[in-house]
Design a protein around this ligand. Structure first.
Ligand code: WTA
Length: 635
């Protein structure tokens, strides 16, 4: 008997189904999940071809999917396109031209709005500026900027001329920036003089100077000015954005590229210290993100859509910039901290702009829970129609709070599972589906996922194992930049014929997926496998707990034991009694296997800037080991 399934039972016994509201059921498209999935399984090429036909191409493909060099799949071969044609050009001369494309606000209260026409003009000017600096098709341009319209303009300008952008999240250190610039041999770096965060000013240009010093590849640094204080500029290398762009013509032809032409490289961490440069291409990527955004978020013509991620992550690429613009939506970019200066900043913004779709992360939801219901309750959130979650498993507690307190039980919660590598949502509900709190539900139509055991055999319902994808999809990564070996090794070798996600999951008897965290963050306690995230989720479901990070420690008899670091909610005090209570709670919710030998109360947990707890750092501290590269740490 697998004793580790205590938690499974809790989750799979999750009897409550959240039924879709009449409002979302009006949408026929989202009502037909089963029929669409069946169609996609029967003829995946036709299904994706139809998705591709919803976009504009300069030249049509001769082959939908070329799988002659598996797993180096190619989609829509023979076609010519440019994602910017779909995101901007085709809206010109239509009513969308006058619509607001981007609303931007920062936590100093500054705000801007750009219509599609204005955005297009800025992108054209920047594209001309880049051409002036001799940036050519295929050249790499690194972008290191805050969440501002300029980051979107820079990305789109690169794509427009066929250059490959590589956004490095502005919270990374200069060392991390340099490592990424070197790996891709970027020719140009686009940045700003300063950045703003929680009332602090960050000297971005100095960080960039450090990063590019002695760089063999960087020829130009473009600096977007945000302060009145001039910064140090290096002759012949540095140029101000305005000086480069102001004199440029407001028109620029979009360059037709092959469907398989690289659009961007985005670095993501793997199990080794060196980040992987994930490569995405124009054609398939736009098809995948377009269909998923439309179907999962059930978008409507006048929606105001807010994804709280940063453009520096894949979520920002796919679902702040590209997919919303392709769909002519109004996308909100908030350059601030959703709980600064007060815990209701996020709700103020929702109310002010009458946000209809809010897409955020479980870590933020749990933080908001900690502050209490009074903050959201002060605001009118009635504009919200749909809620989204991404980034880590959302624990049922947080899901229910989000659904009840924010969505007033009227907004479906779309828990979207996906990765930098997948480019688009992969396992996700559609708004018409009955939901289970804490489950990412079912694979998106066209995606076939399953769970395998160590030997590569599919496991029966309720059993945990490795989450894999069975078939290729258009917006999949094409390779790891200049490292085919790593591409093959990381994703395709462990289970031949399957894409290995690196995550653990269970499928319940209804076919619903329960993501349990990374397989590299897995504990094996007395032979029972359990995800760190499972124990964390269980702890967080206790009324006193706000956040928890769990690590594995070597143990002479059990192999490993778990240690939990716990942040308490306001009003709770650390005590031995509480530790006991939490242990009992763990035993009850997950099973005896999850009872952590040690629980320590802390004020803070080491996190990445995107909010993921860095267990590696916790573990290194605990065991007195070297934490390795910590540049992704928020503090
Ligand atoms: C985790 C973010 C559970 C997962 C889009 C995945 C999730 C990794 C979810 C990718 C979710 C993302 N439920 N886990 N809804 N979404 N993850 O590349 O472990 O930054 O492998 O992409 O985040 O993180 P990445």
């Amino acid at each position: 008997m697998d004793k580790s399934h205590g938690r499974t039972e809790v989750l799979l016994n999750e009897k409550k189904l959240y039924k879709p509201s009449a409002k979302v059921l009006k949408n026929v498209r989202v009502r037909q999940y089963k029929a669409m999935t069946a169609k996609a399984v029967k003829n995946p090429k036709k299904y994706w071809e139809q998705a591709a036909e919803e976009l504009e191409w300069y030249k049509k493909w001769h082959t939908v999917l070329d799988d002659s060099h598996k797993p180096f799949y190619k989609w829509f071969t023979g076609a010519e396109c440019n994602i910017v044609h779909n995101a901007l050009d085709r809206h010109m001369g239509t009513p969308i031209e006058k619509k607001t494309a981007i609303i931007w606000e920062n936590d100093a209260g500054q705000r801007r709005k750009l219509t599609y026409r204005e955005l297009n003009k800025e992108v054209c000017k920047m594209a001309n500026g880049l051409k002036n600096l001799k940036v050519r098709k295929g050249d790499r341009v690194a972008i290191y900027m805050q969440n501002t319209p300029e980051i979107a303009i820079a990305m789109l300008a690169c794509a427009k001329i066929g250059a490959v952008h590589s956004v490095v999240y502005a919270g990374y250190s200069s060392h991390a920036l340099r490592e990424r610039i070197d790996d891709q041999a970027a020719k140009v770096l686009i940045t700003s003089d300063v950045g703003f965060r929680s009332g602090k000013v960050i000297d971005m240009k100095s960080l960039c100077d450090e990063a590019v010093q002695g760089s063999p590849s960087i020829q130009h640094v473009i600096v977007h000015r945000r302060s009145d204080t001039p910064c140090k500029m290096k002759m012949n290398r540095d140029t101000y954005w305005d000086a480069l762009v102001d004199s440029q013509p407001a028109k620029c032809e979009t360059v037709p590229v092959d469907a398989e032409h690289p659009l961007f490289i985005l670095y993501t961490s793997g199990t080794t210290a060196k980040p992987k440069g994930i490569v995405h291409v124009h054609g398939g990527y736009m098809v995948g993100i377009n269909r998923t955004l439309q179907w999962v978020f059930d978008i409507r013509e006048n929606d105001v859509y807010w994804c709280t991620a940063d453009p520096g992550w894949i979520t920002g690429h796919s679902y702040i910039v590209y997919a919303p613009l392709i769909n002519g939506m109004t996308t909100l970019m908030f350059e601030g901290v959703p709980i600064y200066p007060k815990p209701d900043k996020i709700w103020q913004v929702v109310q002010k702009y009458k946000v209809n779709i809010l897409y955020t992360a479980p870590t933020l939801i749990r933080t908001l829970i900690k502050f209490g219901d009074k903050w959201p309750n002060k605001h009118n959130l009635s504009s919200l129609r749909l809620l989204g979650s991404v980034g880590e498993p959302i624990n049922p507690e947080a899901w229910r709070w989000y659904h009840r307190v924010i969505g007033k039980k009227k907004c479906p919660v779309m828990d979207t599972w996906w990765q930098t590598e997948t480019g688009m949502f992969m396992i996700t509900p559609l708004p018409s589906m009955p939901l289970k709190a804490g489950s990412a539900t079912l694979p998106f139509p066209g995606i076939q996922a399953t769970v395998l055991d160590e030997k590569g055999k599919e496991v029966p319902p309720g059993k945990g194992g490795y989450l894999v994808i069975k078939n290729p999809w258009p917006s999949m990564l094409r390779t790891v930049f200049r490292n085919e070996k790593r591409y093959l090794h990381t994703y395709w070798e462990k289970f031949p014929g399957y894409y290995e996600t690196g995550d653990l999951a269970r499928i319940d008897k209804d076919g619903y997926f329960w993501i349990q965290g990374r397989s590299d963050d897995v504990l094996s306690i007395a032979g029972h496998r359990i995800g760190n995230a499972e124990i964390e989720s269980a702890l967080v479901s206790h009324k006193a707990v706000s956040e928890a990070g769990v690590i594995g420690k070597p143990h002479p008899i059990k192999g490993q034991t778990a240690k939990a670091f716990v942040i308490l909610k306001q009003g709770y005090k650390p005590s031995d009694k509480l530790i006991n209570e939490l242990k009992i709670h763990l035993r009850k919710t997950v099973g005896p296997v999850a009872v952590t030998d040690e629980i320590e109360f802390v004020d803070k947990l080491p996190k990445t800037r995107s909010g993921k707890i860095m267990r590696r750092v916790l573990k290194a501290q605990e065991l007195g080991e070297d934490a390795g590269d910590t540049s992704a740490l928020a503090d």
